[in-house]
Design a protein around this ligand. Structure first.
Ligand code: NAP
Length: 255
């Protein structure tokens, strides 16, 4: 038995059109899963879906009605066996500038959407006796960083949801885990580097060094490394890994 195989499984990857989500979609497809990618950017989603013989479903997950419509569309495609809550946004601001709209935006996509999707898709996994939920949180879900109260709160919420639901799902054959990367080389990191450069006057190399310097490995994590961890959690032999927040940050956050 190939315990890594996802042949015959249907996976939903949110934010699957680029960055970490695209790497996860490609990796799960390489293990044999049929993969549905969702997000807002149709062209990016279509490109990933075409490359992996998957399906693209456009949806703004910050909009609950649009999310519900996406859930209905996906249910029409089959039973989701693997849910990867990956879509997320990061914004930073000091406390006084973290207004309600920014707080709500970050919480809605990074915490509420994963909760609502998990609530929507887990019951069918439980009925089938097998399922995998993996939420891409962050090491900001386990510790605090400057100027990121909303992002850290949302990622802590995602980790907290994971830990709590692991208790509820213990005897169902469904596992739920979070993956907590440090800085990963994607558009999100590029935007952070641009913000640092704009605010501090540093050049791009120095702004990049501000991020890589946080890690003992002095580098950004690659999206493929996160995808590898997600695929591992989806394997048969990972069935005992449950309710965990797996840190993937080159040793930055030592628990
Ligand atoms: P990214 O390249 O900016 O990708 C973010 C993804 O989320 C995109 O596919 C985007 O698609 C999707 N998304 C954003 N807003 C959305 C919305 N309203 N509705 C639906 N989808 C939406 O960033 P990434 O680095 O791959 O981030 C993926 C996840 O990893 C996020 O949860 C992030 O917090 C987490 N993470 C990233 C890092 C890092 O350093 N990059 C570190 C730790 C954790 P559309 O724009 O097309 O909607």
């Amino acid at each position: 038995m190939d315990t890594d195989s996802l042949h015959g499984r249907l996976a939903l990857v949110t934010g699957g059109g680029r960055g970490i989500g695209a790497a996860i979609a490609r990796h799960l497809a390489s293990r044999g899963a049929k993969v549905i990618v969702t997000g807002r950017s149709q062209a990016e989603l279509a490109e990933v879906a075409a490359a992996i013989d998957g399906v693209a479903v456009v949806a703004d997950l910050a909009d609950r009605a649009a999310t519900d419509a996406m859930i209905a569309t996906v249910r029409g495609l089959g039973r989701v066996d693997v849910l990867v809550n990956n879509a997320g946004i990061a914004e930073s601001a000091p406390l006084a500038d973290t207004d309600d709209a920014m707080w709500d935006r970050i919480m809605e996509l990074n915490a509420t959407a994963p909760f609502r999707l998990t609530r929507a898709f887990v019951p069918a996994m439980v009925a089938a006796g097998w399922g995998r939920v993996v939420t891409i949180a962050s090491n900001a879900g386990l510790t605090g960083y400057g100027y990121t109260a909303a992002y850290c709160a949302a990622k802590h919420a995602a980790v907290g949801m994971t830990r709590a639901l692991a208790v509820d799902l213990g005897r169902t054959g469904v596992t739920i885990n979070a993956v907590c990367p440090g800085w990963v080389g994607t558009r999100m990191a590029e935007e952070a580097i641009a913000r640092i450069a704009a605010k501090t006057g540093r050049d791009t190399a120095a702004a990049t060094a501000a991020l890589t310097g946080m890690s003992p490995q002095k580098r950004l994590i690659e999206p493929a490394e996160v995808a590898h961890a997600v695929a591992m959690l989806c394997s048969h032999d990972a069935r005992g890994i449950h309710g965990q927040a797996i840190v993937l940050d080159g040793g930055q956050v030592l628990k």
